[in-house]
Design a protein around this ligand. Structure first.
Ligand code: NAD
Length: 441
C-alpha cells in the first residue's frame, strides 16, 4: 500500500498518569510542538509544513565503550538529533548531563531550527548529548568519552552536514578534542579543510573571538532593548541568576558593566545570596576552578524556594529546562524573566508569570547569540579568516537588535506573546522556502 503523508500533525502520545505524590513527567518536546502549532495557526501555515516539522529528520543513537582510569570498560549511550536542514547544515550543541533524554534532545534540536531561521542563518537545527555526569569522571576519561563519541558519530557530522557546538557540560576544550578526532578520521589531505566541523572551539584552534560570551552577550542585547522599550534603567538593577556556567556567568558579567548587580545565584550544588551584590568576575573565576559555586565565601547559602522568593528586577534562568512551574512563577518578584537557558519556563509557569504582568524574553530569541556567533566562526573557518572581537561584537549586536524588533513587531501585529511571535517569524521563513522548493520528488 502506498504511504500517504498526513496533512495533520500527529496526535500527541497518551502518557500514563503520574503515581500519587509524584510530579507529572515533563514532556519538553510536546511543549515545544505546542508552541509551534500555536504559531502556525496564527500565521496560517499549510498543515503539511507543520507535519514535516513535527518530527526530526534523523535520530541517531550510538553505544560506545570507553576504558575508564581504573581499567574497567564502561558503555555510553550518545545521541545526535538532526531536526531540519532546509536552510543549511544541522547545527546545535552537545550536552553532557545525567538527565539527558531523547525527548529533551528532540525538543532542543527543534528549537535550534527555529533559532537559526529567526536569526536568518543558513543553518538548520540539531542537538546531541550523552547521559552521564561529566563532573564525576576525570579529565582523561572526559577526553576519551568525547573522542569515542565523535568517532562513533563518524560521517553523520561534518562541516557541510552537521556542526555541533558546546552546551551544558561541554565547553571549548571539548570542542577542541571533537575537532581533532574528526580531523583524524578524514585523513591528512582534508585535515585542514574540516576545522568547521564544530564551533565554540578555543580561538587558537580555529575558534572565533567573542564565542565564549556570545550567548550571554545576546541575552544582554535583548534585555537592553526591553529596558529601552519599557523605560527601565539597568544601572542599579538587581539580578537573580540560576546557573553560573557559560551563559549565566557571562550574562552577569556583561550586565555588571551596565551597572546591574547580581544579588543571588544558584547552580546544581545550591543557592547563594548577597544583598550587596556578587563580584561576577571573581565568582566566574571561582566556578571555572571549582566547577560550581559551592564553597564561594562571599554569599549566604539559601534554599531554592528562598531564591525564587527574592525581590529583584530581572531573573535570568541559565541552567536547565522546566525550572519555572506555577509555584516558582507565583513566588518570583521580578519585572522580567530573560531566558538564557532553553525551555526554563514550563507553559503553566509562563501563564502565571504573564498573568502577574511579568515580561518574558523567550529562549528562541534571547539565547540565539550563541548560534549566531557559531555561524560567524564557521564562516571564518570556511574563508580562512580571523575577525576581530570588535567585528564579531558589532555584527552580533546588529543581528540581535534586528531579531528583537522583528519579534516585537510580530507580537504587536498578532497580539501574541513574544515566544509565539519568535516561533512565528521563524516559521514564516521556513514556510516561504518550503513553498518555493516544494517536496522532493
Ligand atoms: P554550562 O554547563 O556552562 O552551565 C550550566 C549551569 O547550570 C551550571 O552552573 C550548572 O551547575 C547549572 N545546573 C545544572 N543542573 C542544575 C540544576 N538542577 N539546578 C540548578 N542549576 C543547575 O551550560 P551553558 O552552556 O551555560 O548552558 C546553560 C543553558 O543555556 C542550557 O539550557 C543551554 O541549552 C542554554 N544555551 C547555551 C548556549 C551556549 O552557547 N553555551 C547557547 C544557547 C543556549
Amino acid at each position: 500500500m502506498e504511504e500517504q503523508l498526513s496533512t495533520k500533525p500527529a496526535a500527541p502520545p497518551v502518557s500514563a498518569p503520574p503515581a500519587p505524590g509524584q510530579k507529572p513527567k515533563y514532556e519538553f518536546f510536546k511543549v515545544v510542538q505546542g508552541y509551534l502549532d500555536e504559531a502556525a495557526r496564527l500565521i496560517e501555515v499549510p498543515d503539511y509544513i507543520t507535519t514535516i516539522l513535527s518530527q526530526p529528520k534523523n535520530e541517531i543513537i550510538v553505544n560506545f565503550p570507553v576504558r575508564m582510569d581504573d581499567g574497567s570498560i564502561r558503555l555510553f549511550k550518545g545521541y545526535r538529533i538532526q531536526h531540519n536542514n532546509l536552510l543549511g547544515p544541522f547545527k546545535g550543541g552537545i550536552r553532557y548531563h545525567e538527565t539527558v533524554t531523547l525527548d529533551d534532545l528532540k525538543a532542543l534540536a527543534a528549537m535550534m531550527t527555529w533559532k537559526c531561521a529567526l536569526m536568518n542563518l543558513p543553518l538548520g537545527g540539531g542537538k546531541g548529548g550523552i547521559k552521564f555526569n561529566p563532573n564525576a569522571v576525570s579529565r582523561a576519561e572526559l577526553q576519551r568519552i568525547t573522542r569515542r563519541f565523535f568517532h562513533a558519530l563518524g560521517a553523520n557530522i561534518g562541516p557541510e552536514t552537521d556542526i555541533p557546538a558546546p552546551d551544558v557540560g561541554t565547553d571549548a576544550k571539548t570542542m577542541a578534542w571533537a575537532m581533532d578526532t574528526y580531523m583524524n578520521t578524514v585523513g591528512q589531505l582534508f585535515k585542514q579543510a574540516v576545522k568547521g566541523v564544530v564551533t565554540g572551539k578555543p580561538v587558537a584552534s580555529g575558534g572565533t573571538h567573542g564565542r565564549e560570551k556570545a550567548t550571554g552577550q545576546g541575552v544582554v542585547h535583548c534585555i537592553t532593548e526591553w529596558a529601552e522599550e519599557h523605560d527601565v534603567n539597568l544601572g542599579g538593577a538587581t539580578l537573580l541568576v540560576q546557573g553560573f556556567g557559560n551563559v549565566g556567568s557571562n550574562t552577569a558579567v556583561l550586565l555588571s558593566k551596565l551597572g546591574a548587580s547580581t544579588i543571588a545565584v544558584g547552580d546544581h550544588t545550591g543557592y547563594l545570596y548577597n544583598p550587596e551584590g556578587f563580584n561576577p568576575h571573581k565568582l566566574q573565576d571561582y566556578v571555572r576552578k571549582h566547577r560550581s559555586i559551592a564553597g564561594y565565601p562571599a554569599g549566604k547559602p539559601i534554599s531554592r524556594e528562598e531564591f525564587f522568593r527574592l525581590k529583584a528586577d530581572i531573573f535570568i534562568p541559565a541552567a536547565l529546562e522546566n525550572q519555572v512551574g506555577p509555584e516558582e512563577a507565583s513566588s518570583l518578584q521580578v519585572r522580567l524573566v530573560a531566558e538564557g537557558a532553553n525551555g526554563p519556563c514550563a507553559p503553566e509557569g509562563e501563564r502565571v508569570l504573564l498573568e502577574r504582568g511579568i515580561d518574558i524574553l523567550p529562549d528562541v530569541l534571547a539565547n540565539s547569540g550563541g548560534v549566531t556567533v557559531s555561524y560567524y566562526e564557521w564562516v571564518q573557518n570556511k574563508r580562512s579568516e580571523t575577525w576581530t572581537l570588535e567585528e564579531v561584537d558589532a555584527r552580533l549586536e546588529k543581528a540581535m537588535k534586528r531579531a528583537y524588533r522583528e519579534v516585537a513587531e510580530m507580537a504587536r501585529q498578532k497580539k501574541c506573546t513574544l515566544r509565539i511571535a519568535a516561533y512565528a517569524v521563524a516559521l514564516q521563513r521556513l514556510a516561504a522556502v518550503y513553498g518555493e522548493r516544494e517536496i522532493f520528488p
